[in-house]
Design a protein around this ligand. Structure first.
Ligand code: NDP
Length: 338
């Protein structure tokens, strides 16, 4: 009976044979604009893999503000050409992925079919990001951009981590952050900020972590490891007497941020105006950073924060983007299952 059912169902037969279909379901756009340009494609081409890539059967994906800004055409100058003929003349958005390796290129050394992985699929977020992103059933990713998924995390939790945690880590590194230093994190409840607080406190060993958010999110900041939670609806952080070794700006308040850094300290800015000594960088995806952080994730010292409005269903990607674009998300907006 079971055998008969399997042989009469093409889907089951394909899965059993380990074969990858030629087409897949994907969200895609072929013009820049607001969320309305996103269309659900029932038969997008499954991307081919290069020798150094694996094909990932996507289980979960997460949204980042860069997806929305890129879709709006803000990075036209450095975006991959749109449309791209190879991918059904469409761009599939999505940087963050968690899923299972179903095929490995000839140069792939460390990953194999069946491995559960996570990562940020575009090495440079703004320079020629991938046209065949993670909001699809399959995505092709360089092995070096992926890591084995922490065993204690499900796919939805893991999908929310890569771009945000890599940004938090790279920002702290570039700012020269180290044990015993103090830090102010602007935007502590967002995707990047919630991880920057945890890394600063639980991985780097900060002497003091302060962070900003609106009133309902102050307890959350404390639970993530902030010693001081500043309610930006009631106080201006730059009116307070405290100065910090590092200010990490995930909001776009560079002009105020430089006022609260100690002499000789660093101000790292993710978006908006940059005023000396502040500096901005664009995240580089790197699987080895995820590997380095895996022990902290597996021990629970660093925890993923999935926005409680999600995970959003794969059919709800337009709604998920509208929510992300309110700028009020708590932690990560995750799409799962895919
Ligand atoms: P999110 O969408 O996750 O941030 C949302 C959070 O921001 C909310 O929790 C909100 O809290 C908080 N927030 C909004 N305004 C303020 C404010 N004035 N003060 C304090 N908190 C505030 O964004 P991400 O964390 O993913 O990204 C943050 C920014 O960094 C984006 O602009 C993004 O494009 C950029 N970025 C840049 C990168 C780079 O490489 N340069 C990489 C990653 C992100 P509340 O509801 O309490 O206001």
């Amino acid at each position: 009976c079971v055998v008969a059912a399997a042989s009469s169902s093409p889907a089951v037969t394909t899965a059993e044979a380990g074969e990858v279909p030629a087409t897949m379901k994907a969200w895609a756009y072929d013009e820049y604009g607001d969320g309305s340009v996103l269309k659900f494609n029932e038969a997008a081409a499954v991307p081919d893999i290069a020798d150094d890539q694996v094909l990932v059967r996507v289980a979960a994906a997460a949204l980042n503000p860069v997806d929305a800004k890129r879709r709006a055409g803000k990075f036209k100058a450095t975006d991959s050409p749109l449309p791209l003929i190879e991918v059904d003349a469409q761009t599939v958005p999505g940087y963050d992925v968690a899923g299972v390796v179903v095929k490995a290129g000839s140069q792939v050394k460390g990953l194999k079919e069946g491995d559960e992985v996570y990562g940020n699929i575009s090495e440079k977020a703004l320079e020629g990001p991938k046209q065949s992103g993670s909001l699809a059933e399959y995505t092709a990713v360089e092995e070096k951009l992926l890591a084995i998924k922490p065993k204690n995390l499900d796919f939805a939790q893991a999908a929310g981590l890569p771009l945000a945690v890599e940004t938090a880590h790279e920002g702290l590194e570039r700012a020269g952050f180290s044990a015993g230093k103090s830090i102010l994190i602007l935007g502590g409840a967002g995707g990047v900020g919630s991880l920057a607080i945890q890394l600063a406190k639980h991985v780097y060993g900060a002497s003091k972590v302060a962070a900003t958010a609106s009133t309902p999110k102050l307890e959350l900041l404390k639970s993530l490891g902030a010693d001081v939670a500043i309610d930006y609806t009631k106080e201006n952080f730059d009116d307070l007497p405290d100065k910090y070794d590092v200010v990490f700006d995930a909001v776009g308040q560079g002009e105020k941020a430089v006022k609260v850094v100690k002499e000789g300290g660093s101000v790292v800015v993710l978006t908006g105006a940059v005023v000396p000594p502040g500096f901005r960088f664009v995240v580089t995806s790197d699987g080895s950073v995820l590997e380095k952080l895996n022990p902290y994730l597996e021990s629970g010292k660093v925890k993923p924060l999935v926005d409680p409005k999600g995970p959003f269903a794969f059919s709800q990607v337009v709604e998920a983007f509208s929510y992300l674009e309110t700028g009020r998300a708590t932690g990560k907006v995750v799409v799962s299952p895919i």
